[in-house]
Design a protein around this ligand. Structure first.
Ligand code: PEP
Ligand code: MN
Length: 264
């Protein structure tokens, strides 16, 4: 299979708007769960850029558990993300939820995020595989490592080799946290596949006070990067406020991570 180490021995480095993910460095992606307003997104983008993030995240189309929750700003959100990219120089990763909106999202996004709920949406995987745009493929919360690798295979099989995998926590018997971060999956996937692997400590824990220790652990386990949610006013966040770091905490995290990155 194309995802396997047997197919390709050397680590794949995925370039996103000039930023490498995989290989020697550590890539930290940060930003709000969702684009709420121009001011919020530009504020957060500036703050994470100043602290050393290399890419901006933010959802314009949100896969919400309830159909009555905020669903995202759609194209208006994509335009705000493009403005934040222009302002900060940070490439943008944003979620594409379906094949209908893919042509629109491709116009704005440097990297296409496939969310956990869509990891096995095979028509969507095939469609992003027919673009050459880098893809961030998040592990489904009931997906095995094998399921994740085979989902990535759909994208590679269509001719797009630019895939980054993301461990973001799975559902287990233990519901003390939002999900259970499967840290063992990180070195396991790196053994089985040449694709870069990043970790999302925000969705995995659901708690801002646990994001930093889990981020440290992820880098120690060999992750090629992280995707972290940051908000300038988490108490008023429209979505995932409990897990959002404020910009000061994000900057503190970046200092701690520099020491771990130097050690691994
Ligand atoms: C997100 O990154 O905002 C998100 C919805 O993540 P996941 O698909 O991992 O739940
Ligand atoms: Mn979120």
């Amino acid at each position: 299979k194309r995802v396997s180490r047997e197919f390709k021995e050397l680590d794949t480095v995925v370039e996103v708007g000039g930023v490498p993910i995989g290989g020697a460095g550590i890539a930290i992606i940060a930003g709000p769960c969702t684009v709420e307003s121009r001011e919020q997104t530009l504020n957060v983008a500036r703050a994470v850029r100043a602290a050393g993030a290399v890419m901006l995240r933010g959802g314009a189309y949100k896969p919400r558990t309830s159909p009555y929750s905020f669903q995202g700003l759609g194209e208006a959100g994509l335009r705000i993300l493009a403005e934040a990219r222009e302002l900060t120089g940070l490439p943008v990763v944003t979620e594409v939820m379906d094949t209908e909106t893919l042509p629109l999202v491709v116009e704005y996004a440097d990297m296409l995020q496939i969310g956990a709920r869509n990891m096995q949406n095979y028509s969507l995987l095939r469609a992003v595989g027919r673009t050459q745009r880098p893809v961030l493929l998040k592990r489904g919360f009931a997906a095995t490592v094998k399921d994740l690798l085979l989902a990535a295979e759909y994208i590679l099989a269509e001719g797009n080799p630019n895939v980054v995998l993301c461990e973001r926590g799975i559902r287990t018997f233990d519901d003390s946290l939002r999900f259970t971060l499967d840290l063992g999956a990180v070195p396991l996937i790196k053994q089985l596949s040449h694709l870069p692997v990043i970790v999302d400590p925000s969705h995995a824990s659901g708690r801002a006070d646990l994001v930093i220790p889990m981020a440290r652990a992820a880098l120690a386990a060999g992750a090629d990067g992280l995707i972290v949610e940051v908000h300038d006013n988490p108490a008023y966040a429209v979505c995932d406020g409990t897990q959002a770091l404020v910009p000061d905490s994000f900057a503190a995290m970046m200092h701690q991570l520099a020491r771990i990155a130097a050690a691994v």
